[in-house]
Design a protein around this ligand. Structure first.
Ligand code: HEC
Length: 196
């Protein structure tokens, strides 16, 4: 009787584990990054276009300080609106944030460090896609410093005027996002898609 109970239990266990391994999806077997690279690049391009158009028009209308005040209140809400439009979650991440909410997480930091190492070897960093979990795809693309950016992210006394520096300190007391030069890696687009 005891033996029978044990074999029934073992049989049930075997059934259970059998069922479990059938319902677990095979790990990343059929993952093809190509369509996600394309999709990510489209969303990134559209987001950059919106942010840089707004930035340039505000700088034209109300100067560098007006544009800083604008970015301070508008950058994150603009990305939220774009996220809804493209059915994904768009953010910018960096190792040296101005807005502390943009500090890179562990996944993002690893990629940023990788790109920085590539740049040191003269390799141009490229966008990457990660199948983070069964239903989450991440698209990461580097953000580099252009001439215009140095007005607010450049070296104090060079690209960055002292009144600009002061306003940034007032709005962002823990700012780490100055001291950059043209071409430097500033951060990344980090775009989360749900694979459904
Ligand atoms: C007029 C000033 C100004 C200019 C010009 C400017 N930025 Fe910024 N940037 C800011 C401000 C202010 C924030 C913080 C926005 C916020 O509070 O979310 C910021 C945030 C960022 C962030 C998000 C990470 C962080 O540190 O919070 C990135 C990436 C970035 N800028 C890249 C650029 C690039 C690339 C350019 C040039 C194409 C540029 N910026 C030009 C003012 C500027």
């Amino acid at each position: 009787m005891k033996g029978l109970t044990i074999s029934i239990i073992l049989g049930l266990l075997a059934l259970l584990t059998g069922c479990q391994s059938e319902s677990t999806p095979p790990p990343q077997q059929s993952f093809d990054p190509a369509p996600w690279l394309e999709k990510g690049s489209r969303v990134q391009g559209a987001s950059f276009a919106v942010l840089s158009t707004r930035l340039k028009s505000t700088m034209g209308q109300s100067g560098v300080s007006g544009a800083i005040r604008y970015c301070n209140v508008a950058a994150v809400p603009l990305l939220d609106t774009l996220s809804t439009k493209y059915d994904c979650t768009i953010r910018r991440a960096t190792l040296q944030p101005r807005n502390p909410g943009n500090l890179a997480n562990d996944h993002e930091s690893a990629i940023l460090q990788n790109w920085a190492a590539e740049l040191e070897q003269g390799i141009e960093p490229q966008a990457v896609v990660q199948n983070l979990s069964a239903d989450t795809i991440m698209y990461y693309a580097p953000i580099r410093m252009q001439a215009l950016c140095l007005n607010c992210h450049g070296k104090p006394g060079e690209g960055l005027a002292s009144e600009t520096e002061q306003l940034i300190r007032d709005l962002y007391p823990n700012d780490q996002a100055t001291g950059y030069a043209f071409g430097d890696l500033r951060g990344m687009w980090s775009i989360r898609f749900l694979n459904r």
